[in-house]
Write a protein that binds this ligand. Structure first.
Ligand SMILES: CC(=O)N[C@H]1[C@@H](OP(=O)(O)OP(=O)(O)OC[C@H]2O[C@@H](n3ccc(=O)[nH]c3=O)[C@H](O)[C@@H]2O)O[C@H](CO)[C@@H](O)[C@@H]1O[C@H](C)C(=O)N[C@@H](C)C(=O)N[C@H](CCC(=O)O)C(=O)O
Ligand SMILES: Nc1ncnc2c1ncn2[C@@H]1O[C@H](COP(=O)(O)OP(=O)(O)OP(=O)(O)O)[C@@H](O)[C@H]1O
Length: 496
């Protein structure tokens, strides 16, 4: 790309050295720099990218964008000084990747819970109607059925633009993105033009970062504000009418908004809901008539997720009948109330609930199907060095289960004892155990299980690791549980 064109959007303070005519690449990580590229020094929470300018040069960078002095040889390397490099990358990334979001329908999904579930539902339904589709979020970047790992739920602005370009070049019609409140506040979505913004719900989470629910809700609202003011463009908001924040977010966009819900009157409303252990059905009333919707997903929360997906896909112009056909055959998103297939005399779910509301919803989803005299065992951990206020509230919700195992979920640098003590405060009965080591906690769940019991392993979901200290160690709740259950209930009975 022509260097002049790339840099012309930047408010530049001064340039030292001679700019090359063209540049080949753009990077914010010195380890990812390619020869002939531009390296932008970002001040992070952990380190300052300015300290890696010399590394970027070693890797072949031709231009450094910095806000503070960098000691490189300006005979060979040009340094572009700007006031704010985070802002600079937000301008450079979409330009470098040629504003890829304009080439597709972009759907953003925000909310405390349900982002992964809804975005994957939308993706599966679109693929079922024959569209090429991409989705990015907590599980990774799925480009029309091929999954790539990513670091964050909402990636940094450069990775985001890279992924959207990849999806556009692969011929995707739609890209659905999970949009976290961190991502919105930190400008990771700069330059992404959304066509449809979905709000699932708002409940207690991440208060270590946001300070208050009000700040947290407003951060989510930024996605709706990001739909912009050009009303000639067909853009839509989709909000949960049963959540008080639904109305507030509705007011944050001038574009048309569809509502969905169960209790409140909504454009897409579910009535006559039938929840069984095999799946869910409901009558959908919609702007184009009434329909029966069936899915194998369990729990009332999945009715909300289905309604959000239906409303968004309707806004995109997909026929309701096709959306409903797609919902009938989709599997649970990886690690979201995902049943572990086995013919052991136990029912095991792996789930990602790590907020109080999600815990309640996960338990509610299975409690009605518990056999008389059997137990629901709930294993719940919480992350170290993260939101501590939610810990007792999580345990309070977990107390709905018959037996609770309090453990850790990425303890990071925090001692097991502090995490467990803060969880324990919320317990509302004494049928529980505190076991810091997650593997031991999983084994204990199976040890105390009798035939016909249900166990939910919450918090790790799709993740196959546990972060202890700075290390990411391999860990799988399902694998450990199956191993232990096989020992206890007999071999040869595991199906996966
Ligand atoms: C607190 C936070 O937001 N951290 C994010 C941040 O990390 P950081 O500020 O510590 O980055 P850093 O290590 O200081 O690096 C600064 C700069 O130096 C560069 N660098 C660094 C090392 C090197 O050798 N060379 C080099 O150039 C880095 O590439 C970077 O440009 O920038 C990283 C790169 O974009 C993110 O991956 C990282 O997310 C971490 C993993 C994280 O846990 N974030 C959480 C808080 C988060 O964002 N969560 C939400 C989801 C919430 C939810 O809904 O559950 C999310 O969207 O993921
Ligand atoms: N609509 C919903 N309302 C409440 N709880 C939900 C909803 N959908 C899913 N859940 C619960 O929350 C957990 C996380 O779901 P999901 O991964 O879809 O949410 P998320 O918003 O992507 O979360 P995260 O940002 O942490 O990845 C699920 O495992 C389930 O227990």
């Amino acid at each position: 790309m022509k260097t002049d064109y790339l840099l012309s959007s930047l408010p530049i303070k001064r340039v030292e050295g001679i700019l090359p005519e063209t540049v080949t690449d753009l990077a914010v990580d010195s380890r990812m720099v390619n020869a002939g590229g531009v390296f932008v020094c970002i001040k992070g929470f952990t380190v300052d990218g300015h300290a890696y300018a010399h590394k970027a040069v070693e890797m072949g960078a031709r231009v450094i964008v910095a806000s503070e002095f960098v000691n490189v040889d300006t005979e060979k390397i040009a340094v572009v000084y700007v006031e704010d490099t985070t802002r600079a990358i937000a301008l450079l990334a979409p330009r470098f990747y040629r504003y890829p979001s304009k080439e597709m329908t972009m759907i953003g999904v925000t909310g405390t819970n349900g982002k992964t579930s809804v975005s994957n539902m939308i993706h599966s339904i679109l693929r079922n109607v024959g569209e090429k589709s991409a989705v990015t979020g907590t599980i990774g970047f799925d480009l029309d059925g091929v999954l790539y790992d990513t670091e964050n739920t909402t990636n940094d602005v450069l990775t985001t633009q890279q992924l959207i370009r990849q999806a556009a070049d692969a011929g995707c019609d739609t890209m659905t993105m999970e949009v976290s409140s961190h991502g919105l506040l930190e400008g990771r979505l700069a330059g992404t033009e959304f066509d449809i913004a979905i709000f699932t719900n708002l409940s207690h989470d991440h208060l270590d970062f946001h300070g208050s629910m009000d700040n947290y809700g407003h951060a989510k609202g930024l996605l709706f504000a990001q739909l912009g003011q050009d009303l000639e463009q067909k853009k839509y908001g989709i909000v949960n009418a049963d959540d008080p924040w639904g109305q507030r977010l509705r007011e944050m966009t001038a574009h048309p908004v569809f509502t969905f819900g169960i209790q409140s009157k909504a454009d897409f409303q579910a009535e006559n809901i039938k929840l069984t252990v095999e799946g869910t059905s409901f009558k959908l009333s919609s702007p184009v008539g009434n329909f029966v919707v069936k899915t194998s997903l369990i729990g009332e929360f999945n009715v909300y997720n289905a309604l959000a997906s239906i409303a968004a896909l309707y806004a995109k112009g997909i026929q309701i009948e096709d959306i409903i056909d797609g919902l009938a055959i989709i599997p649970a998103a990886k690690g979201r109330m995902e049943k572990v297939e086995t013919d052991l005399p136990l029912t095991i779910y792996v789930d990602y609930a790590h907020s109080p509301d999600a815990i309640e919803k996960a338990i509610d989803a299975v409690l009605p199907y518990k056999e008389e005299g059997s137990k629901l065992i709930f294993v719940i951990g919480t992350g170290g060095n993260r939101d501590r206020i939610k810990r007792p509230i999580m345990a309070k919700k977990a107390s709905i289960a018959d037996y609770v195992i309090l453990t850790t979920d990425d303890p990071r640098d925090e001692a097991y004892e502090t995490i467990l003590a803060e969880l324990e405060v919320g317990m509302e009965h004494d049928r529980y155990a505190c076991i810091g080591d997650r593997e031991a906690a999983v084994r204990h769940a199976v040890e105390v299980a009798d035939k016909h019991d249900i166990i939910i392993f919450a918090g790790k979901g799709h993740e196959d690791f546990q972060i202890i200290g700075k290390e990411k160690l391999p860990h799988s709740d399902a694998q450990i549980a199956l191993e232990e259950a096989e020992k206890k209930f007999g071999t040869g009975s595991i199906q996966n």
